[in-house]
Write a protein that binds this ligand. Structure first.
Ligand code: SF4
Length: 178
């Protein structure tokens, strides 16, 4: 079972290896791990979104990074979808790792009974609606990341850090404990 680290809940962490942890119980949300502050982004950074961190702290969300679950380390060269494949900026075909990671992240979603996802925009794995076009020029094209394609196929509702679910707009949401 591979699930990425859940920030802010050290007492509930279960270590499954160098980068993978999980917390117990069913979760309403599965979220892109970089939005929860994990340094799994291609450049070794994160894309911390306070609302996503709050959901994790409230015990309502589990995190997953499909690319790390596919065996890719951070930092790594950026990659983009190109004509049915995923190639990194050096020209290496990393499609297998991306598909493997998307399936592993789906296993996480199934395991925790997640019905909603909050994913990182533009990513070749996590992007929803628009992704980078394969030219490494920050140009977007209509499409979904590989993980998001799989999430949609299973009927999981998709939100992004730019289009958060309504509950995140509730008064005092960020300060709620659980
Ligand atoms: S694969 Fe998704 S979760 Fe992982 S770093 Fe990229 S956008 Fe974030």
């Amino acid at each position: 079972m591979y699930v990425s680290v859940c920030l802010g809940l050290p007492s509930q962490r279960v270590d499954l290896g160098a980068e993978n942890f999980y917390t117990e119980g069913m979760k309403e949300f599965i979220v892109s791990a970089c939005l929860a502050g994990l340094p799994c982004k291609y450049n070794g950074g994160s894309n911390t979104c306070p609302a996503v961190v709050a959901l994790v702290r409230q015990g309502r969300a589990v995190t997953a990074c499909p690319e790390s679950l596919g065996g890719l380390k951070a930092p790594r060269p950026p990659a983009e979808q190109q004509q049915g494949k995923v190639l990194d900026k050096t020209g290496k075909d990393v499609s297998e790792a991306f598909h493997k990671g998307a399936q592993a992240a789906m296993e996480v979603a199934r395991h925790f009974g997640c019905t909603k996802a909050i994913v990182k925009t533009k990513s070749p794995s996590c992007g929803a609606g628009h992704i980078y076009d394969g030219t490494f020029s920050h140009t977007l094209t209509p499409g979904d990341g590989l993980w998001v394609q799989a999430l949609k196929a299973e009927g999981i509702a998709i939100y992004t850090e730019k289009d958060l679910p309504p509950e995140c707009a509730e008064p005092h949401f960020l300060a709620k404990k659980s």
